[in-house]
Design a protein around this ligand. Structure first.
Ligand code: GLY
Ligand code: MN
Ligand code: MN
Length: 455
């Protein structure tokens, strides 16, 4: 088997070095891990590491704090984490322990998380700024304040305490916005698995199935590849496709309806995020096709302007124009296109933005505006392009359009020359979707035929 993509220790070290270089030797940075969350009584939700913490450490355990102290001779990266504990590990799984934190995860020093209140204040002495993501976790905010106050209380012995808190996301989230070659390999791998999942769902789809059965096809593909879903899969038939984040997935799929699947796999923490909309019975009706072609044209036009030098918002503006023109052509809107766009006349049918940054978080970090202007797209940024049309029953709109919901979503990397659609291998032309679904149906009925002929 081909080797799976990895993020090397060297890359995590490089990220830490870059961060420490940027904050300088008069500052420190504190990054807490995520915590385990109770699902019900003794059962926990599967653990998902905090993305900032994961980005800087690769360390995938709860109850940890990464502490960065640039220029400290005895070591700049300190990891507070759980100690080894054979009894606890027998019940809930392996731990790296202090030795693992250093040997495996590159910490210069490692201390038990229980000792953090005794050790951390001493490390803050003589540093003027603390880089930290305030406001994310109120309880942790209080602990950070407590550590700083401990240092302040020693002022009379001549100790200098930090004077300012600076937003860590300001620096770290900008770093995360530009993906490295290794990150892109991980994202391509997550995309490839999501593509297989969507193909599998399209091929399995039959009228009378339940929405959750299509979700199951996706989850099977993700887990078979050792991946997690990057977010809860959306599988909505008919009018449910008009509910943007529909995750109930518990209705029957009706002959003649469309079904919308928004499903992505997560690999090494990196998300893919794909939406396809296709006919439950394998054939688009004329109204479905007409609306679908508008969304597809909007998506292609938006992808075409997702390139360096253009702003973040250009793909959205382009998509809105194509969608508005299409709605006028079909008689769903009437009036002059420029005026309709100015008046947001499309909004009842297209109420979300055309995409978001994509990375360790599905809706990834990074500013969309800089100094109040839409940000310029640059090589290494990854985003989704996902226009849609959702026609809920509306007076004055011909009934043939009612309850049709369509979204088409691909993952796009901005390159020097333009872009690379990471999810391009997944069908999205009407004819290609129908051909794929038709082929699987023909194969299925041939198999049934063979079975019937057996004695
Ligand atoms: N799957 C969530 C989104 O498309 O943004
Ligand atoms: Mn998305
Ligand atoms: Mn999505």
């Amino acid at each position: 088997m081909k080797r799976k993509p990895t993020i090397t220790k060297k890359e995590f070290a490089r990220r830490r070095e870059q961060l420490m270089h940027m904050i300088g030797t008069s500052a420190v940075a504190i990054v807490p891990s995520a915590s385990l969350m109770i699902r019900n009584r003794d059962a926990e939700f599967p653990f998902r590491q905090d993305s900032d913490f994961l980005y800087l450490t690769g360390f995938n355990e709860p109850d940890a704090v990464a502490f960065f102290i640039p220029g400290r001779e005895q070591g700049e990266f300190i990891l507070f984490c759980r100690e080894r504990d054979p009894a606890a590990e027998r019940w809930v799984g392996r731990r790296a322990g202090l030795e693992g934190a250093q040997k495996q995860w590159g910490a210069d020093d490692a201390f038990p998380i229980e000792d953090i209140d005794d050790i951390l204040p001493g490390l803050l002495e003589e540093r003027s700024s603390v880089y930290y993501n305030t406001g994310q976790d109120v309880e942790f905010d209080q602990r950070v304040m407590g550590w700083v106050n401990t240092v302040k209380s020693k002022r009379r012995s001549g100790v200098h305490a930090p004077q300012e808190f600076i937003s860590l996301p300001l620096i770290l989230h900008d770093m995360r916005l530009y993906k490295s070659a290794a990150e892109l390999r991980a994202m391509r791998y997550a995309a490839k698995t999501a593509i297989s999942a969507h193909e599998r769902a399209m091929q399995a789809c039959q009228p009378g199935m339940m929405e959750y059965e299509l979700e199951a096809e996706c989850l099977y593909t993700f887990r078979k590849a050792g991946m997690e879903p990057a977010y809860t899969t959306i599988a909505g038939g008919g009018e449910n496709a008009c509910i943007l984040h529909y995750i109930d997935n518990d209705r029957v799929l009706v002959d003649g309806d469309l079904v919308l699947i928004d499903a992505g796999a997560e690999y090494l923490g990196y998300a893919s995020d794909i939406t396809r909309t296709f006919p439950v019975n394998g054939r688009f009706s004329a109204p479905q096709r007409a609306l679908y072609e508008i969304v597809l044209d909007a998506q292609k036009a938006a992808i075409a302007v997702a390139k360096p030098g253009n702003t973040w918002n250009q793909p959205h503006d382009v998509a809105v124009r194509v969608i508005t023109e299409g709605l006028v052509r079909l008689g769903i809107l009437s009036g002059e296109v420029d005026t309709l766009i100015k008046e947001n006349a499309f909004a009842p049918y297209y109420m979300h933005k055309t995409g978001h940054w994509l990375g360790l978080d599905v809706h990834d970090v990074g500013d969309y505006k800089v100094d109040d202007h839409w940000r310029l797209l640059e090589p290494g940024m990854t985003l989704t392009v996902e226009p849609g049309l959702y026609i809920s029953p509306t007076e004055g709109v011909d009934k043939k359009w009612w309850n049709i919901g369509i979204r088409i979503e691909d993952d796009v990397l901005i390159t020097r020359k333009g872009n690379e659609v990471l999810t391009r291998a997944l069908v999205k032309e009407v004819d290609d979707i129908e051909a794929l679904m038709h082929a699987s149906r023909t194969a299925a009925s041939a198999a049934t035929g063979r079975k019937k002929r057996q004695p």
